[in-house]
Design a protein around this ligand. Structure first.
Ligand code: SF4
Ligand code: FES
Length: 381
């Protein structure tokens, strides 16, 4: 049971804080969940402000801090920030690509009390992995990094985002996780926001591939009980019901961007008209309680049919607002990934059609790119 929000005894406090310390990253993954307009280094919060934000988070009742990005170890102060988490009793999870300066900072991070490492892996075959991540020689760096994490005795989770470019490697990801001594593997089918939405046709697998990947995971879970935990995120477009995105809007998570804008989920900025508050202007507690962005879709009052009268409305909270906007053109609509949405059949048909075509080239993630958001055009359904 999480704590309650000060001055709002009816509102549970957030459990987790996603600290997007920087958008800088040596990798260029085409499914990156960062926004198309990435924050530049000159706009990033300084060390002191992050430390204040973490102190407020601990006071608010947050338990877990995900040190993320971009690549969080690209920040020169990552060790100080991690140390602040440890001092405040916040469980710290480093979400890293394992390349660039990550390995050289790992020992220091361990020494100041880092609790957990989540390492992204783009593929199993090095050539394929490096094509997806858009960086040569990344795979050996990742493997060295993983070995060091395990050598230090830190719990390691591998995160594999699955799509048509690597879905044939699901078995290989499982073997890799076992070989590296990871405690957990996330087989996370791509969620189509941010850069993944732009690259959807290049990433969308077909239903038979998805079903095969699920069978592989289910068999491995049995086989590896007690050795490796495998989390599976199934692809929305082929799902029956959507997931509770971000654990439900304004219910569990706060996401702080590199420049200090606080979001209820990583893609919330795609929803036009939402007013976001900044850590420079408000405390984290005020933002959680009162910011217009957090209150917009909290609870169930905003729901339309079929969500409004659905008995799953407090399980999945109507799915994903950002996906509802992207596909239906209305953030308050039922997520079209839901089989009860009037648009679901169209979503499924769109996925089938895209998966059947030859994949276009990736549009790689870059800071300062001119990639236009397809959301500025009409919703596709
Ligand atoms: Fe969830 Fe809404 Fe679908 Fe019901 S109708 S399952 S609440 S998304
Ligand atoms: Fe924003 Fe799902 S990504 S609610």
């Amino acid at each position: 049971m999480n704590a309650l929000t000060p001055n709002r005894p009816d509102l549970p406090a957030p459990v987790g804080l996603l600290a997007e310390l920087t958008h800088r990253c040596p990798l260029r993954c085409p499914y990156c969940s960062n926004p198309l307009e990435l924050d530049r280094r000159s706009r990033e919060l300084d060390t002191e402000t992050w430390q204040r934000v973490l102190t407020e988070a601990a006071g608010l009742g947050v338990l877990h801090v995900h040190l993320s990005g971009g690549e969080p170890t690209a920040r020169n102060d990552i060790v100080e920030i991690t140390q602040t988490c440890a001092t405040l009793g916040l469980y710290s999870n480093l979400i890293t690509s394992g390349v660039g300066g990550a390995l050289s900072k790992l020992q220091a991070l361990y020494d100041v009390g880092l609790d957990h490492v989540q390492l992204s892996v783009q593929g199993v075959d090095a050539q394929n992995a490096e094509k997806i991540g858009g960086l040569k020689n990344a795979q050996p760096q990742k493997l060295d990094f993983a070995a060091k994490v395990v050598e230090l005795g830190l719990p390691l989770t591998l995160n594999a985002v699955i799509h048509r470019g690597n879905i044939h490697e699901v078995e290989g990801f499982i073997d890799l996780a076992v070989k590296l001594g990871a405690k957990r593997l996330e087989v996370a089918h791509t969620q189509y926001y941010g850069w993944a939405y732009v690259n959807r046709a290049a990433l969308m697998p077909d239903k038979a591939q998805v079903d095969a990947s699920i069978r592989i995971v289910e068999a491995a879970r049995e086989r590896l009980k007690g050795q490796l935990v495998i989390d599976l995120v199934v692809p929305d477009y082929y799902a029956k019901y959507p997931k509770a995105c971000a654990g439900g809007w304004g219910r569990k998570l706060m996401n702080v961007t590199p420049q200090g804008k606080v979001l209820p989920c990583h893609a919330a900025e795609t929803i036009p008209g939402l007013e976001f508050w900044y850590v420079g202007e408000h405390s984290l507690g005020e933002i959680w309680r009162d910011s217009p962005a957090f209150t917009a879709y909290r609870g169930t009052d905003w729901m339309q049919e079929p969500c409004r009268s659905c008995d799953r409305r407090e399980k999945d909270w109507g799915g994903c607002r950002c996906q509802a906007l992207a596909l239906a053109g209305d953030a308050a609509a039922t997520d079209p990934a839901c089989s009860l949405s009037p648009l679901h059949a169209k979503v499924r048909a769109l996925a089938v059609e895209e998966a059947a075509e030859n994949p276009p080239d990736y549009v790689y993630r870059t800071i300062g790119s001119n990639v236009r958001s397809p959301l500025k055009e009409e919703a596709p359904l």
